[in-house]
Design a binder for this molecule. Sequence first.
Ligand SMILES: CC(C)(COP(=O)(O)OP(=O)(O)OC[C@H]1O[C@@H](n2cnc3c(N)ncnc32)[C@H](O)[C@@H]1O)[C@@H](O)C(=O)NCCC(=O)NCCS
Ligand SMILES: Nc1ncnc2c1ncn2[C@@H]1O[C@H](COP(=O)(O)OP(=O)(O)OP(=O)(O)O)[C@@H](O)[C@H]1O
Length: 205
Amino acid sequence: MAIKIGITGGIGSGKSVVSRLLGIMGIPVYISDIEAKRITQTDPVIRRGLCDLVGQDVFLQGGELNRSLLASYMFGHQDHVRKVNEIIHPQVKEDFRQWAARLKSELLVGMESAILVEAGFKDEVDFLVMVYAPLEVRVERAVKRDCSSRELVMKRIEAQMSDEVKRSHADFVIVNDDETPLIPQVLELISLLSKNNHYLCSAKK
Ligand SMILES: CC(C)(COP(=O)(O)OP(=O)(O)OC[C@H]1O[C@@H](n2cnc3c(N)ncnc32)[C@H](O)[C@@H]1O)[C@@H](O)C(=O)NCCC(=O)NCCS
Ligand SMILES: Nc1ncnc2c1ncn2[C@@H]1O[C@H](COP(=O)(O)OP(=O)(O)OP(=O)(O)O)[C@@H](O)[C@H]1O
């Protein structure tokens, strides 16, 4: 069975960059955000749940998810975030299990999610990595990447667990602050997990 690495960190911390590096190094990574979007488009249970909760307009004429409507419904309203997550996340968890089962012959696989702990995915992974960047750096990156506003990014940050709590759950922290080199940290992670392979496998049994 592959060792499952969870990759978490707040918006703009650099999870996607770390996941891409792992991918380049031959480690397949399940990107929860992308898969959650795919499942939301295709799963009739999720479609019905979101329509009942938000209204029919949450899907556009062609059947595509109205992302800006769903985002404005969610962010800034903790109870709305919770309700939407309750509809989407169980299906994502099941999909991840099937994905990981298909890759059981790999040594290492990853799961990337900004809200891995909040979504209850921590038990799905063997080792949790937090990608950390200072708040201001994260906000600046997310505003630039998404052509968004500081206010909208802050609303998303408020829907996520604080860095302090996230760090307390993590087994390994990667600092991605635009100063500390990233690649040596990713190599150190892989080397650590490869060395501890036997220990981790037996710990999970
Ligand atoms: C709400 C949606 C439609 C907004 O789409 P949009 O294109 O504006 O943003 P995008 O998907 O690029 O998300 C950017 C970032 O927002 C944050 N974010 C997204 N969903 C959530 C959430 N449920 N809770 C907290 N933060 C979130 C993450 O840091 C994410 O990487 C979309 O994010 C979505 O479908 N979210 C539900 C799926 C989900 O929970 N994804 C998080 C990982 S499982
Ligand atoms: N070390 C770095 N050097 C330069 N740019 C970086 C670095 N790390 C991240 N970035 C840039 O910052 C932005 C945010 O990074 P990334 O998309 O990896 O964050 P994320 O944690 O996946 O965020 P989200 O939760 O929104 O998906 C991207 O445009 C990325 O290219």
